[in-house]
Ligand binder design. Structure first.
Ligand code: SAH
Length: 204
């Protein structure tokens, strides 16, 4: 997976490649689909949600440019796969999932792998998690119609936020950096995510 899907494309950060090699993706996937865990595609995880394609996870976490010291907010825990990859790459991960059943399952897989730096919450992640703000980086793992204001507010100075933004069927992966001269945006390509549903997302 790392060689064929990540290195052969444009993923270069050695820490990201190492983290992707270390996290056992099959454990985050329902048993009946496990033999397909390392395919180059997203897979269903129940409740109409999906685990992201490995390449998309790598692209998003590489864009965050993590060094290991950061506190990161993730919106849309889903399977917990990207959460585990982030746990390998930063100091603390705060992750919010809207659907209780997915949050419970993700918590249990993450705990079974021994991660001690991950905190998974149930709720509307478009509101962020003010209690633990500010964050050095924020990643939204679901398609947003616009940038949720609370997430930008909870991002510390110099921090960056990665979000798939656009229409329901097609989005652009955007990185927004909070610099002393204002917000700077980079466009990282087209993508397709499930909907971000919430106060600052799509309606249910
Ligand atoms: N990175 C995850 C992606 C999961 S799909 C993985 O690889 O498994 C996106 C997830 O976002 C879904 O589980 C969905 O329930 C969740 N979601 C959608 N809107 C949300 C919101 N407002 N707050 C928190 N989670 C949300």
């Amino acid at each position: 997976m790392v060689q064929d899907q990540l290195q052969s494309r444009d993923i270069k950060d050695p820490r990201v490649l190492q983290a992707m090699a270390r996290v056992p993706r099959h454990l985050f996937i329902p048993e009946e689909l496990r033999d397909r865990a390392y395919e180059d595609r997203p897979l269903p995880i129940g409740q109409d949600q999906t685990i992201s394609q490995p390449y998309m996870v790598a692209l998003m976490v590489e864009a965050m440019g993590l060094s290991g010291k950061e506190r990161v907010l993730e919106v849309g825990t889903g399977s917990g796969y990207e959460t585990a990859v982030l746990a390998e790459l930063c100091a603390e991960v705060y992750s919010v999932e809207r659907l209780e059943r997915l949050a419970v399952r993700a918590r249990s897989v993450i705990a079974s792998l021994g991660y001690r730096n991950v905190f998974i919450f149930t709720g509307d992640g478009t509101l962020g998690l003010a209690k633990h703000a500010p964050y050095d980086a924020v990643v939204i793992s679901a398609a947003a119609p616009c940038l949720p204001r609370p997430l930008l507010d909870q991002l510390g100075p110099g921090g960056c936020l990665v979000v798939p933004m656009g229409e329901e069927e097609l989005q652009t992966l955007v990185r927004i950096r909070k610099t002393s001269e204002g917000l700077k945006e980079d466009y990282l390509g087209e993508c397709h995510f499930v909907k971000l549903v919430g106060t600052y997302g799509w309606e249910e």
